[in-house]
Design a protein around this ligand. Structure first.
Ligand code: DGY
Length: 313
């Protein structure tokens, strides 16, 4: 066997793969039997398919009787039916680690943009309404030295807490499990909410975290504080957050929404809110690294090896 054919043999996926989209980066081309199709368009059973590639989408499991792997492009799997997968022995993999830095960077971008009124300032300049003095705009709030509360000190929350050191922030975290870390001080969630200048959410969406930040909890956050969410919109009671922003009591930097791609209409005209379109992992470098992990999982299963990054491992 020549060196080239060894490489080709290593790359060949002996399984039929459906992908809901073409993923960015060269690694995707290593899958040689991949069909790109929106899973919502699958109308008939596909007994030939053994692996699917999705980005946190519902998979029509009943139409895929031979499915062995769902390789998810991302870390959130809240739209995948994990119970049925476990029952049927279908492995579900994610891309842990690859997107922590990009998501933490975006979190800081939202904190900075919201607290420092960057987007409002951009609009002022574009509108021609800026009279040209540095005192014409409304004063903003500092990020440096602020008190930060992190809901969920997992991989992404940890990357946020590391960046917070550079901003000389006091950092608290709340989550069910207390950690041995000097990056952040543990607090009960309600207690932490009362202390923050900035609250940022980095928990996975689950039955326990859905609606975790409800109206009562949002009301505990001090006046003028900023809520950042680059995790999942459903973790916050969106209607309650909208009314806190509409009243002007809270600021918000939101990358995720309960009903994407539809942010609450009431937020669109507010200058105390910065909205981005689920950009957390959206850098070229990170997306390519995510594709690499997705493809490696498919290739592992194709070659009879265990998946590399299964959920729950
Ligand atoms: C994730 O990893 O779940 C992100 O939301 C994808 O960008």
């Amino acid at each position: 066997m020549s060196a080239n054919s060894v490489t080709a043999a290593c790359h060949t996926s002996a399984v039929k793969v459906l992908a809901s989209r073409r993923l960015p980066g060269d690694a995707f081309d290593e899958l040689d039997d991949v069909e790109v199709i929106a899973l919502t368009e699958l109308a008939q059973a596909r007994p030939d398919v053994e692996a699917v590639i999705v980005a946190n989408e519902a998979v029509p499991l009943d139409l895929l009787p031979a499915l062995r792997l769902i390789a998810n492009f991302g870390v959130g799997v809240d739209r995948i039916d994990l119970d049925t997968c476990a029952r049927r022995g279908i492995a579900v993999t994610t891309t842990p680690g690859a997107l922590d830095d990009a998501t933490a960077d975006l979190t800081f971008a939202l904190m900075l943009a919201t607290r420092r009124r960057v987007v409002e300032g951009d609009r002022l300049v574009r509108s021609g309404g800026w009279p040209g003095t540095s005192t014409a705009s409304r004063v903003a709030e500092e990020v440096t030295g602020a008190t930060l509360g992190i809901v969920g000190l997992g991989r992404i929350g940890t990357a946020v807490s590391q960046r917070a050191r550079g901003f000389r922030m006091r950092v608290f975290y709340a989550q069910p499990r207390r950690l041995d870390t000097d990056l952040a001080e543990y607090r009960d969630l309600d207690e932490m909410l009362a202390l923050v200048d900035i609250l940022t959410v980095h928990a996975p969406l689950s039955a326990t975290t859905r609606g975790l930040l409800d109206a009562r909890r949002l009301a505990l956050i001090p006046d003028g504080a900023c809520v950042v969410n680059a995790a999942r919109g459903e973790i916050i009671d969106e209607a309650a957050l909208v009314s806190e922003c509409l009243s002007g009591r809270l600021f918000a930097g939101l990358d995720v929404f309960a009903h994407e791609p539809y942010p609450p209409a009431a937020l669109l005209g507010l200058s105390n809110v910065v909205l981005t379109p689920h950009l957390g992992s959206g850098t070229r470098q990170t997306r390519q690294a995510m594709t690499r992990i997705v493809v490696d999982n498919v290739l592992a299963v194709a070659h009879g090896r265990p998946p590399l990054t299964p959920v729950g491992a």
